[in-house]
Ligand binder design. Structure first.
Ligand SMILES: [Zn+2]
Length: 264
């Protein structure tokens, strides 16, 4: 039977029957892949310890595919990222990012940008201080939305006078004004300050390491003394929360937990 070799990030492990697991992967070339692993939890199972959330592995898969499910023949860990498991904050952040990826990536559709961004995040999280990890998650959320084609359109209306605040339609993912009215009868809208789209664009234009270096160099604080590495970071955090739950049908709990635990 034909085989495929690919690199894969482990997103989730789910129990399947008494001794088996379903492993969900984001692969470099085949998008989201789910592999049943028989006997994964048996003490002598060949697969035991071969993968966990956050691992980068080389996998050999059977080419036959049904609804994103493929059988796996071999799994060789390339990066174990043990430090993700030694630091609970990094582990919470990694779990949240992997779950978000699982909910947005598509089976059979390679998404090189998403694969690269998630790998970069998982590689960097163990070295982040708590508020840096929170910033890293906002960076990842912004880029994930863009990578899966759900990014907000922050193009301002050319006919409206320049203003620091504009009305944004969450569901339509764009600004609304008299020239570009909403098509919805009662659109949920947010008033966004200019610094939110500006920071979102800033995140899209930078690798994570560079963003964190900028944040360290800036050493800014807000009026309450909280680290605020960039203007608009709290506004963007709120905006992404509303936007993600509207577009991805996310339960609000895990995101709040991931971001709150990191800040406290
Ligand atoms: Zn206008």
């Amino acid at each position: 039977m034909p085989l495929l070799k690919d690199e894969a990030l482990c997103l989730a492990l789910r129990p399947f029957g008494k001794t088996s697991q379903m492993v969900v992967w984001l692969t470099a070339r085949h998008g989201l892949v789910t592999t049943p692993v028989k006997g994964a939890q048996r003490p002598k199972g060949a697969f035991l310890g071969r993968c966990d959330v956050g691992y980068l592995c080389e996998v050999v898969l059977y080419a036959r595919e049904r609804g994103g499910v493929r059988n796996i023949r071999e799994c060789t860990p390339l990066a174990l990222r043990e430090r993700l498991r030694g630091d609970w904050r990094a582990a919470v952040a990694a779990d949240y990012a992997c779950d978000l990826t699982l909910r947005t990536a598509q089976p059979g559709m390679a998404n090189p940008a998403l694969f690269r961004d998630l790998g970069e995040l998982l590689e960097t999280l163990p070295d982040c201080s708590p508020h840096e990890a929170s910033l890293a998650l906002l960076w990842f959320e912004s880029r994930l939305l863009h990578a899966v084609g759900l990014g907000p359109d922050f193009t301002p209306c050319a006919r409206c006078p320049a203003t620091p605040r504009r009305l944004f339609s969450v569901e339509e993912g764009r600004f609304v004004c008299p020239h570009h009215p909403s098509r919805l009868r009662t659109p949920p809208t947010l008033t966004l300050h200019d610094d939110i789209p500006a920071l979102h664009r800033h995140f899209l234009g930078r690798p994570l390491a560079r963003l964190l270096a900028e944040a360290r160099a800036a050493d800014r604080r807000d009026d309450l003394g909280r680290p605020e590495p960039f203007p608009g970071v709290f506004g963007l955090r709120r905006f992404l929360g509303v936007f993600l739950s509207a577009h991805l049908d996310l339960p609000p709990g895990p995101r709040r937990t991931a971001l709150d635990l990191l800040i406290s």
